[in-house]
Design a protein around this ligand. Sequence first.
Ligand SMILES: Nc1nc2c(ncn2[C@@H]2O[C@H](COP(=O)(O)OP(=O)(O)O)[C@@H](O)[C@H]2O)c(=O)[nH]1
Ligand SMILES: [Mg+2]
Length: 195
Amino acid sequence: MKIIMIGGIRGSGKTSLIRRLAEHFTGRGLKVGIIVTELGEVEYNESSDKVFVKHAVSDCVSCTFRYDVVHALIDMSNAFVPDIVFVEIAGIAFPGRLEEDIKEHVDVAGLEIMPVIYMVDAVEFMPDTEKIPKFIIDQITSAAAACINRIDLVEGEKIEPIKYVLEEIKPSIPIFCFSLKLNKGDLDDLIQFLS
Ligand SMILES: Nc1nc2c(ncn2[C@@H]2O[C@H](COP(=O)(O)OP(=O)(O)O)[C@@H](O)[C@H]2O)c(=O)[nH]1
Ligand SMILES: [Mg+2]
């Protein structure tokens, strides 16, 4: 069971991305679990024999949050052992500690936890490190990769400064740029990276 955490602020496209990835991986015969910790604009409505969606929505107090996610994972793995679990995590969560809690409490064969994939909204992201809150810097620093989403809504020249700042925060971080709406950009490269 591989756990992939998708982080980023509300509206960056985490749910939209997870839905797309779930469609891709179930299409390849894998079973997918989804853990949602935040209610957003886009909701999950595709529970089936291949996709299992579990809500672990709390007030996002960090310890309750971690407890809820760990329990959702344990519950899920009792009912349905997915090949891949996507955990949608909202802004202020502590992915490092969540990873430790999962390793300590979730007992399934072949558990693999991938560091966070951090989603950036091309519209809202301010390419100025001085103005980026520390918790976002921390999330990017601990991320395995960053995605710049919603590129259909900005001028092309807005993307390079965002990439520059992401690389300033975490040198050589893999960056994938796309529009989930138009299904354009580096989505296939991201899928390759996650596979
Ligand atoms: N224009 C545009 N809208 C997008 C794109 N990806 C997601 N959205 C929209 O952005 C909003 C927030 O997406 P959602 O997946 O709920 O973000 P989350 O809060 O991070 O889970 C929704 O209205 C999506 O339909 C994109 O690539 N382009
Ligand atoms: Mg969401």
